[in-house]
Ligand binder design. Sequence first.
Ligand code: ATP
Ligand code: MG
Ligand code: MG
Ligand code: MG
Length: 475
Amino acid sequence: FKPVQLFVGLTEQQTNQDYFLLSSFTSCICSTVVNSTELGGIQKLEMSLLHPRSELAQYKRVVNSQKCVRAGGKHNDLEDVGRDTYHHTFFEMLGNWSFGDYFKEEACSMAWELLTEVYEIPKDRLYVTYFGGDSSLGLNADEECRDIWLCLGVPASHVLPFPLKDNFWEMGDTGPCGPCTEIHYDHVGGGRNAAALVNQGSPDVVEIWNLVFMQYSREVEGNLIPLPQHHVDTGMGLERLVTVLQNKHSNYDTDLFAPILDAIHKGCGGPRYQGLVGEADIGAVNMAYRVVADHVRTLCVCITDGIYPGLSGAELVLRRILRRAVRFCSEVLHAPPGLLASLVPTVVDVLVSKNCYIINENEAAFLSSLERGRRIIERTVQQMEPSMDFPAEVAWSLYGNLGFPLDLIDLMLEEKGIRLDSAAFDELALEDAKVRGTLQLEGENVHLDVHSLAQLHSNNVPVTDDSPKYAYTLG
Ligand code: ATP
Ligand code: MG
Ligand code: MG
Ligand code: MG
C-alpha cells in the first residue's frame, strides 16, 4: 500500500455543497476518482464528490455547530490549554455558511447585528481585523471588508489590518482559501482603547469569531486563482461567546466548566479552584484544575465518537491528552486513582443538558398529537369491515397533519392486527410530491435512491410518474 492523500478540489462542475462537505470534514460516502497523480511517493487522488448529504443540496445558507479538537496537526493548542483561560483541546465552533449566496457585506452585517443587537454586547468592547495584504502573493489589503465595517459604524480605531498569518485562512497547502475578518472582545473595557492588545495573546482581549471569505483556490504551484463562486465560512467559539455573555473573564468561570471544577474539588479535596492568578499560576493547582477540566471533556467527546487512546494518529493524540490529565490529577492535585472517570457524569450533564431540553420539547409537542391520532385510529378501526386494509387517507392525515412517522403508523396498526393500504398510500404520497414539487424521504430505506431523488430535486426537475417514488415505497 502506498500512502494516499485525499485531495478534494473544487471545479466548476462541483456544487457549493461539495465545499460544505469538504470544509466540515464530512467524509464522503461515495466518490469518483477523476484524477490520480503521484507526487513524492504520495498518491494524490482527486475526487468528485457525490452527495451523501443530499438534503443539503437545496440550501445556499447553512448554520451548524462543529465539535473541534485542536490538539495535534496544523492547529495544535495543547500547550496553551490550562496556561490561558480561552484555549481548549475540545471546543464547539458555531458557524454560518454561504455557498455562492451572500458574501462579505451581509456576513459582516449579520455578525454585527447578532453580537450587538441580539446579544447586546457593547460596541466599544469589540474590535475587528481585516486582511492587510501580502506583497509576495500580490494581494492587496481587503479594503472592501474594512469599508464594510466602517459603514456599519465601527470606529476606525477599532478596525485593524493584520497580515497573512492572522487574516488569511487556508486549511491545507492547496484548495479553497481567502481573506478573513475577525472579531475580538475586550474583557476589561472602561473606555480604554485596547487595539494594541488585539492578536497579542492577551487574556484581556480575546478573538471570538472568524469570518472567512472563500474567494481563491491555492494551486499546487503555490499561486492563487479566483474561485468561480464566492463562499462564506465562519467560526465562533461557543465557550468564548458564553464567557462574554455570562460576563466572565475566563471560560472556566462559565457554567460550561464550573460544575466540572466543582466535581474535581469534591473528588480530591485540597484547595478550591481560584481562577487565573497571573504567570505564577503555571504548574500550580489552578492550572491543574483547568487542564483536567478541559482534558476530561475532550476524552468524553472523543471516546463517544469512537476514538480511543492509542498508538497512532488521532488515538495517539488522545493518549497524550489522557496522560497529561492523569499526571495533573495525581501529581499536582494529589487525587486518588479514578478521579478522571468520576468526572464523566458531570461532563455528560454539561454537554448533553441540551439533549434533555430538546427531547422534552419534542415530547411535549407530540404527546397531544399522539393521543388524538390514537383516537382517530380506534374510531376508524371500529368502522372498518373485518377484512379491510386501513384506509390510506386516514394514514396520510396522521402522517401529514399530526406528524406521525410512517413506521409508527405501521406499528400501531400491526398491534391491532391490521395492515395499511400501502399501494393507495404511496399514490397519495406521490401525488403530494408532484403538487408540492418536493420529495419527502422517510423510513430506513432512505438510502435506496437518495442520489437520484436529490439530483432531480436540486435540478428542479418536476416529479413525474416515471420519477423514483418515495424511498419508503421502494423499500
Ligand atoms: P486563537 O487566535 O485564539 O488561537 P484561532 O485564530 O486559531 O484562535 P480560528 O481558527 O479562527 O481560531 O477559529 C475560529 C474561532 O474558534 C475562534 O475565533 C475562537 O472563537 C474559536 N477557537 C479557536 N481555537 C480555539 C480553542 N483552542 N479553544 C476554544 N475556542 C477556540
Ligand atoms: Mg489558534
Ligand atoms: Mg487567531
Ligand atoms: Mg482566528
